[in-house]
Write a protein that binds this ligand. Structure first.
Ligand code: IPE
Ligand code: IPE
Ligand code: MG
Length: 246
C-alpha cells in the first residue's frame, strides 16, 4: 500500500504533482463504448489517485479536468463530464475534513453551472478552515493556461488603474499571487498519460521548471503503480534551474 512501496521508498517526493487526465475517449472507443463511458471510469481513477497521492504525502495535486477548449465537444459529452465533476468533487468536499483534503478550483468558473460555482465557493470556505498541511486537490475546470494568465494580467492592470499597484511592482512572485494557483507552489512533476506529448494549455506559467513524465497508459487504466513509476523517474532527474550540477 501507499508509503511502503519500494518504487517510491527513498525517492525524492515531489511536493506538487500535476496530472493531465487524458485518454478517456480512446479508452471507451477501443471497447466499442460511448466516450462518456470512459469519462465515468476516468472519474473513478481520479478518486483512487487522489487518495493514493495523499497517502504518499504529496501536499498538492493539480488535476486537469476540463479545458477552456473542451467546450468544442458535443453537448452530450460536456454534460456528462460536468455531471461527473460535480458528483466526484462534491463527494470529496464532503469528506475533506475526515480524509484530510482541501479542494481548490482553478479556471474561469463564471461559465460553469450555478451548482458547480456554489460547490467551488463552499469548498474554498471549508478548505480555509482546515489545516494547511492537508493535501490540496486543485481541480482545473474550464481552465486554460493562457486564460489564467490573461485574467491575472487584467486584475493586475485594474489594480494599477485603482492606484494600489504600479507596473514597476510586478515581479514573478507578485504575478503568481494573481493567478488561480496563488499560494500553491509550482508543480515539480507534471504527468500526462494517453501518449500525447503536449501541454494542451495546462499550467503555462507554473511549468517553467517542472519535470515532465509521459506515458501511453490511458487515464481510465492509470493506477497507483503509474504514480510510483513517475515519481521514480522524477527521482532520477537532475534539476539545475539554469545553474550547473555540483
Ligand atoms: C480527457 O480524456 C478528458 C477530458 C478532456 C475532459 P479525453 O476525452 O480527451 O480522451 P481522448 O483524448 O479523446 O482519448
Ligand atoms: C487536455 O486534454 C484537457 C484535459 C485532459 C482536461 P485534451 O484531450 O483536451 O487535449 P488535446 O485536444 O489532445 O490537445
Ligand atoms: Mg484527450
Amino acid at each position: 500500500m501507499a508509503g511502503d512501496n519500494h518504487a517510491v521508498a527513498g525517492a525524492a517526493l515531489p511536493r506538487h504533482i500535476a496530472i493531465i487526465m487524458d485518454g478517456n475517449g480512446r479508452w471507451a472507443t477501443k471497447r466499442g463504448l460511448p466516450r462518456t463511458a470512459g469519462h465515468k471510469v476516468g472519474a473513478e481513477t481520479f478518486r483512487t489517485i487522489a487518495y493514493y497521492c495523499k497517502d504518499l504525502g504529496i501536499k498538492y495535486l493539480t488535476v486537469y479536468a476540463f479545458s477552456t477548449e473542451n467546450w468544442k465537444r458535443s453537448a452530450d459529452e460536456v454534460g456528462v463530464i460536468m455531471a461527473l465533476m460535480q458528483r466526484y468533487l462534491l463527494e470529496l468536499m464532503e469528506l475533506m475534513a475526515r480524509d484530510h483534503f482541501r479542494i481548490h478550483f482553478s479556471g474561469d468558473l463564471t461559465a460553469l453551472s450555478p451548482n458547480l460555482q456554489k460547490l467551488a465557493q463552499k469548498a474554498d470556505e471549508i478548505a480555509r478552515s482546515l489545516p494547511d498541511d492537508y493535501c490540496m486537490v486543485n481541480a482545473c475546470v474550464n481552465y486554460g493556461g493562457r486564460d489564467e494568465i490573461l485574467r491575472a494580467a487584467r486584475k493586475y492592470a485594474a489594480d494599477c488603474v485603482q492606484g494600489t499597484r504600479t507596473p514597476q511592482d510586478l515581479d514573478d512572485n507578485l504575478f503568481s499571487s494573481y493567478m488561480d494557483s496563488a499560494g500553491i507552489p509550482d508543480p515539480e512533476l507534471i504527468i500526462r498519460p494517453s501518449g500525447e506529448i503536449r501541454l494542451s494549455n495546462f499550467l503555462l506559467w507554473q511549468c517553467a521548471y517542472s519535470e515532465f513524465y509521459f506515458t501511453d497508459v490511458l487515464w481510465p487504466d492509470f493506477t497507483p503503480a503509474e504514480i510510483d513509476r513517475a515519481i521514480a523517474a522524477y527521482g532520477q532527474r537532475r534539476r539545475r534551474f539554469g545553474g550547473v550540477t555540483q
